[in-house]
Design a protein around this ligand. Structure first.
Ligand code: DON
Length: 315
C-alpha cells in the first residue's frame, strides 16, 4: 500500500523476490559484439534519496556499459555550457521510431528529433567536440563530478571500457550513415570519423547502479548537487531535461514506459536505466536482457513495481 513515507528497504526486497526467479529475461544487445557476451542473468538496483539514504539490491556495485544512458549526461553538459543555443540544431519531440533509425532524418533535413536518439546524441557530441579537445573525456569527467568525485564520495572508478568502444566502432555502420547524412545537411561541424569515435567511447563508459543513481540525483534536486548545493543546471533547465527524459528517454516505447512507470528516465542497450523521482530520489536499475524496444525488460518491470509500491511517480 503506497504511503508518503515508503519503506524502501521492504519495497526493494519485494522487488528482488519478484525479479530473482525471472533473471535472464529479455535479449542482450548483440549488434555491439562485446555486449553480446554479457550474462543476461544479472540484476542490480539502487535508490538514492535526497536525504542521502541509499537502498540497493542485487548487483548494485557491478559496473555495466552505460551506452545511451550517457546521452543524458552529454546533453546536460552541452545544455549547461551552451544553454538554449543547442535547440537550433536538434528538436525535443519524441521520434516514435527506433533509436538508430535514419528515416526521419532525410525528410527533416538533418535535424534530429531529439537528443536521445542516436542522431541527436551525435549532434550533442559534435557540439561538445567544438568545445573540448576530447568530448568523451569531458563527459566522463562530468559524470564523475555528478557522482561526487570532487567531494570524495566516489565516482573515480567510473571509466571507459575501451574493448566495448572498439567493438562498437567496428560495427557502427548505422551511426556512420547517420553522421554522414547530417554532415551533408550541414549539421555537423567536426569530421564524421572524429564525432563517431568520440561518441562510441562516450557510450562505453562503465558504471554501477549506486554511481548512476548518485550521478542522476541532481535532476531530482532542481539541478543542484546534493552534497555541496552547487548548481549544475537551473531549476527550469532541470525541469526541461526531465521532460525530455519522459517523452524521449526510452525511444519509441516512451509512451508505454510513462504509462507503466510514470517517471522521467533514460535507458541504454547495456541494460541500465536511470529514473528520476523529482524532489525525492534518483533510481538506477540494471538487467542486460532487453525488450523489443531495446529497454531493459526486468529493469522496466522493477521501476514499474517501485512506483506502484511507493506511490511515488510524477502522476
Ligand atoms: O549507438 C548505439 O547504438 C549505442 N552506442 C547506444 C544505443 C543505446 O544504448 C540505445 N538504448 N537503448
Amino acid at each position: 500500500m503506497p504511503t508518503n513515507h515508503p519503506d524502501y528497504s521492504a519495497i526493494l526486497e519485494t522487488i528482488w523476490s519478484e525479479v530473482a526467479p525471472r533473471l535472464g529475461e529479455g535479449k542482450v544487445a548483440d549488434y555491439i559484439p562485446q555486449l553480446a557476451t554479457d550474462n543476461p542473468a544479472q540484476f542490480g538496483m539502487a535508490v538514492y534519496r535526497l536525504n542521502g539514504e541509499l537502498f540497493q539490491i542485487g548487483q548494485a556495485h557491478t559496473r555495466f556499459s552505460a551506452q545511451s544512458v550517457t546521452k543524458l549526461f552529454a546533453l546536460a553538459l552541452a545544455y549547461m555550457r551552451d544553454g538554449d543555443d543547442i535547440w537550433a540544431r536538434l528538436g525535443r519531440e519524441p521520434s516514435g521510431n527506433p533509436f538508430n533509425s535514419l528515416v526521419q532524418l532525410e525528410y527533416e533535413r538533418g535535424i534530429p528529433r531529439n537528443p536521445f536518439i542516436n542522431a541527436g546524441a551525435l549532434v550533442i557530441t559534435d557540439i561538445l567536440a567544438s568545445r573540448y579537445v576530447g568530448s568523451e573525456i569531458a563527459v566522463l569527467q562530468f559524470i564523475r563530478q555528478l557522482c561526487g568525485k570532487d567531494a570524495g564520495i566516489g565516482g573515480d572508478l567510473i571509466d571507459f571500457d575501451l574493448k566495448v568502444a572498439a567493438s562498437e566502432l567496428q560495427t557502427a555502420h548505422r551511426n556512420f550513415a547517420i553522421a554522414h547524412l547530417m554532415k551533408d545537411f550541414g549539421n555537423l561541424r567536426n569530421t564524421v570519423s572524429a564525432v563517431v569515435r568520440s561518441y562510441c567511447r562516450q557510450c562505453s563508459i562503465a558504471l554501477n547502479c549506486v554511481e548512476l543513481a548518485r550521478a542522476g540525483s541532481f535532476l531530482a534536486n532542481h539541478g543542484t548537487l546534493l552534497w555541496d548545493n552547487s548548481t549544475i543546471l537551473s531549476d527550469s533547465q532541470a525541469k526541461r531535461l526531465n521532460a525530455i527524459m519522459l517523452t524521449c528517454g526510452t525511444y519509441d516505447a516512451a509512451g508505454d514506459f510513462a504509462y507503466r512507470v510514470g517517471l522521467p528516465a533514460k535507458s541504454g542497450v547495456g541494460g541500465g536505466i536511470v529514473a528520476i523521482i523529482p524532489g525525492e530520489a534518483a533510481v538506477a536499475v540494471w538487467a542486460p536482457g532487453l525488450d523489443a524496444s531495446h529497454n531493459s525488460a526486468l529493469g522496466t518491470y522493477a521501476l514499474k513495481r517501485l512506483t506502484d509500491l511507493t506511490g511515488h511517480s510524477i502522476f
